[in-house]
Write a protein that binds this ligand. Structure first.
Ligand code: MTE
Length: 318
């Protein structure tokens, strides 16, 4: 990114994990039906609250989850990239309260057999049981975290809107609202923030739409109320606060590729062998750890995703 080294998170900010595990045991013991998993999100009055966060009970665990040590809630919600709030890692948390996320709607359009329309967040979430996915997140800046996301497969939403054969890519847009996003007022990037996936990537079971983490609805700094998470790609593909999902024929021009084309491509698959022009991608700093660790090809998700890139020159398609 534009890269400015942020200070390490102080250990005093880290919340002990046992609090989370105790709560998870409680939730697990409640044994309620999975179909009702979205109930807390949909709420009696309807709509996700920006603050306070709501609990999301009865989450199905996922075989795709890693058992690596989780980063703490404090780390995940205090050290963020969300340029709409500013360039510093602390800015998203500092200014998160300036964003209103209720009401929220998502425009779905393009080459689909279902009606193009503005869908309320409730309409978007309603049919999808939520699950917990504990994923590694690898930022292109060479830091990483392990995050217990709450969400549902993007593939389920894609199939629901019945894309036609002309839909070869899915294009996503983050909210453009300069009154609330100070970064947009300062034009620190070209907005709205845009990202895209090839159709087979969007249908891959690992790609999820996220509504929460640590069993609670998302805070604004993490992309409330709805964001993408594509764990085998650098974090910048996983755009936040989504307001538009479009099914398109042409490969979308994604924000960082438009901004600095020779540094950031469309694919952005995690690859320790293809260095960023300004730094190595061979290792990463796990937030909260002192030692650097080796970066894994496709962020460790090769078994599930490598087939999609068979025969492709991964250095040219960075
Ligand atoms: N989405 C938007 N709209 N704006 C951003 O600046 N930053 C990306 C991604 N999604 C970004 C975004 C980057 S670079 C990363 S690493 C992840 O969000 C960070 O997600 P996190 O802050 O929840 O850890």
């Amino acid at each position: 990114m534009l890269i400015k080294q942020a200070p390490d998170i102080r250990s005093s900010e880290i919340t002990p994990e046992h609090v989370y595990y105790n709560r998870r045991q409680f939730i697990g013991a409640s044994g309620a039906a999975l179909g009702a998993a979205g109930a807390a999100l949909l709420g009696g009055s309807g709509g996700v609250q920006a603050a306070p966060q709501e609990d999301i009970p009865n989450l199905a665990p996922s075989p795709f989850s890693t058992d690596e040590r989780l980063n703490s809630f404090e780390e995940i919600t205090s050290y963020n990239n969300f340029y709409e709030f500013g360039l510093d890692k602390e800015d998203p948390k500092r200014y998160a309260h300036e964003l209103t996320v209720e009401p929220w709607s998502v425009r779905v359009e393009g080459h689909i057999n279902r009606p193009a329309a503005d869908y309320t967040l409730e309409d978007i979430l309603q049919p999808h049981p939520l699950e917990e996915r504990i994923y590694r997140l690898r930022c292109v800046e060479a830091w990483s975290m392990v995050v217990p996301w709450v969400g549902f497969p993007l593939a389920d939403l894609v199939r629901r809107f019945e894309p036609t054969s002309r839909a070869r890519y899915v294009r996503f847009e983050t909210l453009y609202r300069p009154e609330e996003f100070r970064g947009q007022r300062r034009r620190n990037l070209t907005y709205p923030y845009v990202e895209g996936l090839r159709m087979d990537e969007a249908l891959n079971p690992l790609a999820i739409l996220v509504v929460g983490l640590y069993g609670k609805t998302l805070l604004n700094q993490n992309g409330a109320p709805l964001r993408l998470m594509v764990p085998w790609k650098y974090g910048f593909k996983s755009l936040k606060s989504i307001v538009k999902i479009e099914f398109v024929e042409e490969q979308p021009r994604n924000t960082w590729n438009v901004e600095i084309p020779h540094e950031y491509g469309f694919y952005a698959n995690v690859n320790p062998e293809v260095n960023h022009p300004r730094w190595s991608q061979a290792t990463e700093r796990r937030i909260g750890s002192f030692f650097r660790q080796r970066t894994q090809m496709f962020n460790g998700y090769g078994d599930q995703v490598a087939h999609m890139y068979a025969g492709m020159d991964l250095a040219a398609n960075y």
